[in-house]
Design a protein around this ligand. Structure first.
Ligand code: ADP
Length: 494
């Protein structure tokens, strides 16, 4: 590992890697939980840990409501600095606040205030290219007066010419050493939850959310969770509820849910509205009226629920306060680790049902509890499945990997693909985006080979292999993923 302290040290590391043809793998803080952590795909890579020493908040501009950050600034650090300076601005945090603001945005992570699309709310980057050259994107490309940064670098994203920022997200085309982010002016907020009694209400719930989200009545990206999550978010182990093997039966979930605050229900919708009290109350009237079409739905405010209920942690996350509570549900099994499966599904009851049925059937086949969270927007939803497994059990790891593999393939056969994935599944997921005889991957490879002719930067990240590695046995396209779990990795020799 190397811990550069400056942009020049990052450039020196890149030049060294080119000279000796040693792959390097940049991370910001390396949390990336559920997606591979700090692990490079190619054994023998040098991990470039940017976050350890490059962790400065370079600027917070209260008038422009923006900031400029180095890779090591966590959500907690940014939040605390804004609080310390008493600036009335919110950050947007993902479910877990320990990661890097910059790293999450370039990996296209999400949060839950109205600024929850992190990449959409970044503005301007500084990037060390695989050659060691330095690039500023957006307005940053136009030098400010007398050597200063451009005064609109954090104000206007695309500037002039092709919008280059996109190709540095979820890619291995450059090392992002600085990034601007927009911050949201503080506003009133009200979190709430709505429960629905029947599993079959799923399609109707999705149909009601769609127009509410398209009209922007819903204030943020709400989450729809299955009631099993009410058990998981108590932070108690699964064994408290069920000692059998295989997925927890529906009757067992029902019996235990009955004793919890929201009761024996099927789906739980977590939302937050923003504005002044009068406007929030009008918004809530519309939302309650819409969902009341589903018989038996019930509405709860945080004050209706005990302090320990998960809704109280949503109040924090949905108003930009970073927390770690989400990790509680890793108590579910001993030695827990987790993997995410995240297909993008249209916000339509029928399409959602197709994916849901695939996921339910394959979880039953491989014996895992289904822990679904749907982040529902107006036109698509991120269907996020958290596979929680015992990492001390090779058998369980293999089953989790096989489950992922089959879900990726079956969802793709129906036309659904993932927005993000664990590094072991990158080749498979990238391989599903194969329209036009793999036109997209050939395009990515053309850029990769042009920018990184020696193939030193994060080979295999997001399924993009530089020419030096391509087609030589590094790609993981099938069952080899289970073999990789013996710890030896995957490469031409194995
Ligand atoms: P976090 O700590 O926010 O979870 P990571 O630092 O683990 O984020 O970043 C997620 C992934 O994004 C990393 O595994 C790496 O592949 C890529 N990445 C992170 N930071 C950078 C960066 N500054 N430049 C290029 N790629 C990066």
């Amino acid at each position: 590992m190397v811990y550069p302290g400056t942009v020049q040290e990052v450039q020196a590391t890149v030049r060294w890697a080119n000279k000796h043809l040693i792959p390097i793998y940049p991370i910001s803080m390396g949390r990336n939980v559920g997606y591979g952590g700090t692990a490079p795909r190619v054994p023998g890579s040098v991990v470039v840990d940017l976050g350890r020493r490059m962790n400065r908040i370079l600027d917070i501009d209260p008038e422009n409501a923006s900031c400029l950050l180095e890779p090591g600034v966590s959500y907690f650090a940014l939040y605390e600095e804004i609080q310390r300076r008493g600036i009335p601005l919110w950050i947007d945090t993902p479910d877990v606040g320990g990661g890097s603001v910059l790293g999450n945005a370039i990996d296209r992570g999400v949060g839950y205030t109205p600024y929850g699309d992190h990449f959409a709310n970044h503005c301007g980057m500084e990037i060390v290219l695989p050659s060691g050259e330095l690039l500023r994107t957006g307005m940053g490309a136009l030098p400010g007066k007398d050597g200063a940064d451009n005064p609109t670098w954090q104000s206007f994203q695309p500037a002039y010419g092709p919008y280059t920022d996109g190709i540095f997200s979820q890619s291995n085309f450059g090392i992002v050493v600085r990034m601007g982010m927009w911050l949201m002016p503080e506003v009133g907020h009200q979190s709430y939850l709505i429960t629905f009694p029947r599993d079959d209400d799923f399609s109707d719930i999705v149909e009601i959310i769609r127009p509410l989200a398209q009209q922007r009545v819903l204030g943020n990206i709400p989450q729809l969770r299955h009631v099993i999550q009410e058990l998981a978010t108590t932070a108690r182990p699964r064994s408290d509820f069920y000692s059998g093997t295989g997925p927890m039966p529906r009757e067992v979930i029902r019996e235990h849910a009955a004793g919890l605050p929201v009761g024996d229900v099927a789906w739980v919708f977590y939302g937050t509205q923003y504005g002044d009290p009068g406007s929030i109350s009008k918004q809530l009237d519309m939302i309650k009226a819409a969902f009341s079409r589903i018989p038996g739905s019930r509405f709860f405010l945080p004050s209706d629920l005990p302090e320990s209920h998960y809704l109280h942690s949503r109040v924090s996350v949905c108003s930009g306060v970073p927390i770690l509570r989400e990790l509680d549900w890793l108590n579910w099994v001993p030695n827990a680790a987790h993997l995410f499966f995240n297909p993008i599904v249209p916000t339509r009851g029928w399409d959602a049902r197709i994916v849901h049925d695939i996921i339910v059937r394959l979880h039953a086949k491989y014996g895992f509890d289904l822990l679904p969270t749907l982040c529902v927007a107006g036109r698509e939803m991120h269907y996020i499945v958290n596979i929680v497994y015992d990492r001390s059990s090779v058998g369980e790891k293999r089953r989790a990997a096989a489950l992922m593999r089959e879900m990726i393939a079956e969802a793709a056969a129906e036309g659904f693909g993932e927005y993000r994935t664990h590094i072991l599944f990158a080749d498979m997921v990238a391989g599903t985006y194969n329209w036009g005889d793999n036109a997209l991957m050939r395009f990515n490879e053309t850029i990769k080979d042009a920018l990184d002719p020696n193939g030193i930067l994060a080979p295999g990240r997001n399924g993009i292999w530089p020419r030096r590695f391509r087609g030589k046995g590094w790609e993981i396209r099938g069952r080899e993923v289970e073999e990789a779990l013996d710890g030896k990795g995957i490469g031409p020799a194995s």
